[in-house]
Design a protein around this ligand. Sequence first.
Ligand code: UDX
Ligand code: ADP
Length: 480
Amino acid sequence: MVVKNICCLGAGYVGGPTCSVIALKCPEIKVTVVDLSKERISQWNSDKLPIYEPGLDEVVKACRGKNLFFSNDINNSILEADLIFISVNTPTKTFGNGKGRAPDLKYVEGAARLIANIARSNKIVVEKSTVPVNAAESIMKILKANQRSGVSYQILSNPEFLAEGTAINDLLNADRVLIGGEETPGGEAAIEELCAIYEHWIPRKNILTTNTWSSELSKLAANAMLAQRISSINSLSAICESTGADVAEVARAVGLDSRIGPKFLQASIGFGGSCFQKDILNLVYICESLNLPEVGAYWQQVIDMNEYQKKRFTSKVIESLFNTVSGKKICIMGFAFKKNTGDTRESPAIYVAKTMLDEGASINIYDPKVEETQIYEDLTHPLISESPEHVRKHVTVFKDAYSATNGCHAIVLCTEWDEFITLDYEKIYDQMMKPAYMFDGRKILDHENLLRIGFNVETIGKRLGRPFVRRRWSSNPAVL
Ligand code: UDX
Ligand code: ADP
């Protein structure tokens, strides 16, 4: 079989960009991305795409209506397809067995049942969502149990390694593509079909083929190890703050060791995003299911350290503001979990905002790409607030950093947006309450300059000197 028609179930952060790039690179293949949500599909068909991703607009514009289609007609798209990507959501379970740890596979299962109901011809089904090890087997069980005569399935695991904010570049210049499948003639043929698609732009030597288990575990392992680096450097940032060391200098010195390398050593307020926490929780759950509690505890520590980092930073904000933020106005600069995305899933800013609200503060929020409705949705979520009215009363969302900081006692920078680096901080300082505080949770600002302006500055992994204005208040040099 030569793949001529691709259907992608799920038009989210993974399915949308991935299939847009496949359409761009494989003009002879018709790619249809389908979703249950009518709103999402109409956004994909509009000028304002549902996700912000640098370079995505251009790719979609080049292919949409030619060989790339976004549709709610799921049945027809499955019927037509030779190959189906499952890119549906796999949130962590919020109830029942495995609550808070195991991934909720209801959407993956739903997708498999849908395919089984509708398919009338052979299909290669490719799991692209992050799923627990062994999910391919579950998908296969569902498909086989509901198989029509004359229809056969091959299940492949093809985890996606794109990072948000750099998705298009990650897809175009992938370090590697990983394809796992059954070690049978049918499985190997299916792997070849999927290889042929990626070979339109990825050199064959960068396409790894493995058995399904290895492929599924590699995805969890890659995310766990990336997150582990962040938790490691964040743990060291706490030591730096209690000593005279600077975590940036430590990271540089450590990262210059070619065996360690410099990437993912940026100490921060903590990692967010839809993958790291979910995938590690998933790994921990697998370890427990396999009766490997010590291995599970090892990985759990990566998440615990991340929670500790968010808490430590937020406590520092409160302590610095004379141990109370009640009645104060705090500006949260940046709400996305990282720059260049409008995604807020697991964003540390949510934790900061929740704590400030619980402590009685009012908050002003500005993020260049996160929609106001998303911010209110996150903060009024039942797990975050018991009182949506309280949130609506005490949270104001602004369209620029200058109005958001006006009249605030402190700024808490949660996302490393480039535009925050070049703001006019003299102007911002002048319109803030005094003493004015800056908490740089991303270590991106010019702290010396901020101190010179008069800000009290706190950041991650470095003790900063007292601000210039304080020096003038004290005649005793020992107090400096
Ligand atoms: C991650 C993986 O990188 C990607 O391969 C996988 O497919 C999905 O999960 P993503 O979550 O989109 O991608 O973003 P990533 O760049 O990995 O950042 C995750 C979080 O870690 C962000 O909150 C980021 O700010 C934080 N981070 C990253 C740090 O705090 N320090 C770093 O050095 C790097
Ligand atoms: P990810 O970040 O993994 O891409 P998202 O939540 O952004 O996850 O997107 C997943 C999408 O999958 C959602 O838009 C959801 O509506 C869609 N979806 C879930 N189940 C199905 C299904 N059975 N068929 C089609 N789309 C589905």
